[in-house]
Ligand binder design. Structure first.
Ligand code: PA5
Length: 376
């Protein structure tokens, strides 16, 4: 069970109201997801993963933001020993990166999982076109279609329409779950299963968190709100396990996109210790005091725990509020718990700041500018 090393006064009446608001929100479908796993969908996911494992050395996962960071976070953290390697594409507009991914696949057998809820996002759309071309060159137009797995809206969007027209195997991003809350849907579960992650254990962890983390998650949200209101405008997520680098990225997206609106929110940053003690350690110890630190502690071994204790002591002495979240195990179950803990805490926290946790109007601004530039 996830535990925290602090306690914060939670306004119970406000909390019940917030939870009721999340539950009735059109985008609140992730809230009870761990308790209503669609078993038939899970079977389809596992069958598709087996087919991909049988046919392909590489699965090219195309997606960006919430359609990408969650599964990458867990795959990179756990380093599962699956037979099929995952390659990520469509998460930037860098020609160099795209060429690199295409080169890496080279002549190997591969399949594509293209993930986009809207089905119109530019970065994945460009990468998809390139990899589709490669697939058709290698396998021919008809066989190529059997190697494309589209995870998108159930009824609409360019990707949905193309998938239906061509008979790609389709998986659904539920209407009531937004990108950054979607890792426990097919968005995350298919690539995770292909990579060799035990998705049942992951869901088990999330289900356990559903039963146990409401208290700690609301205390954490409430502590963030209190610190934020007192001028601590930056939260530094600190992990002592280097392979959790992408989990930090997922966290930054979750909090940044959920909370940063209407001039509100806490800026999410991250470090990996002890590596970053030799780059950002000085600032953490003695720089400007507008930040607090949230240690994500996986008690993996004795040495690791000594470092965690030493850093927390030093930073507390340096006048940084240090919060610690301890995860029971560094495995699928632990990450399932952690994902749900942070999703819940983030949604509650955003509500405390008075913003909508589930939209991202600010992300549209750059898209509009870019579309105009590309049209010229
Ligand atoms: O969390 C979100 O909603 C966003 O980060 C989206 O996941 C991201 O913009 C990608 O969108 P889409 O899945 O529609 O391609």
């Amino acid at each position: 069970m996830i535990t925290v090393n602090f306690s914060s006064k939670v306004d119970e009446a406000r909390l019940s109201q917030i939870l009721a608001e999340i539950r009735s929100d059109a985008m609140g479908g992730w809230l009870d997801l761990p308790k209503r796993v669609d078993m038939a969908e899970l079977v389809r996911i596992k069958e598709a993963a087996k087919k991909i494992n049988d046919e392909s050395e590489y699965l090219v996962c195309i997606g960006i933001g919430g359609s990408y960071l969650g599964h990458r976070a867990i795959i990179e953290a756990l380093r599962p020993k699956g037979e099929t390697k995952i390659i990520y594409a469509g998460n930037s507009l860098s020609r160099r990166e795209l060429d690199r991914a295409l080169e890496k696949v080279g002549d190997h057998d591969f399949s594509i999982n293209v993930i986009s809820k809207s089905g119109t996002t530019l970065e994945p759309a460009i990468a998809f076109e390139e990899f589709k071309k490669k697939l058709v060159e290698k396998y021919g137009a008809e066989d190529a279609k059997t190697r494309i797995y589209a995870t998108t809206d159930a009824n609409k969007g360019t990707l949905h329409d193309e998938a239906v027209a061509n008979g790609y195997m389709r998986f659904v991003v539920p209407d009531n779950i937004g990108g950054r809350y979607s890792v426990l849907t097919a968005v995350g579960l298919l690539p995770l299963a292909v990579a060799g992650v035990d998705v049942e254990k992951l869901l088990e962890g999330a289900s356990e968190a559903f039963d146990t983390v409401a208290g700690p998650a609301s205390e954490y949200a409430s502590m963030r709100y209190t610190l934020g209101s007192r001028g601590y405008d930056t939260e530094v997520f600190a992990s002592f396990e280097p392979s959790t680098l992408y989990f930090n990225e997922w966290l930054k997206q979750l909090f940044g996109e959920s909370e940063g609106k209407n001039k509100q929110g806490i800026f999410p940053a991250s470090v990996i210790y002890s590596t970053d003690l030799h780059s950002l350690g000085q600032f953490m110890q003695d720089g400007r005091r507008n930040l607090f630190e949230t240690v994500i502690n996986f008690p993996t071994d004795e040495m690791n725990q000594k470092v965690v204790a030493a850093v927390m002591k030093a930073h507390t002495a340096g006048n940084i509020p240090v919060l610690a979240i301890t995860v029971p195990s560094f495995d699928e179950k632990g990450f399932g718990e952690l994902v749900y803990f942070f999703e819940l805490a983030c949604a509650i926290s955003a509500k405390m700041f008075g913003v909508n946790p589930f939209d991202q109007p600010g992300v549209e601004a750059y898209k509009t500018e870019l579309k105009q530039l590309l049209a010229n």
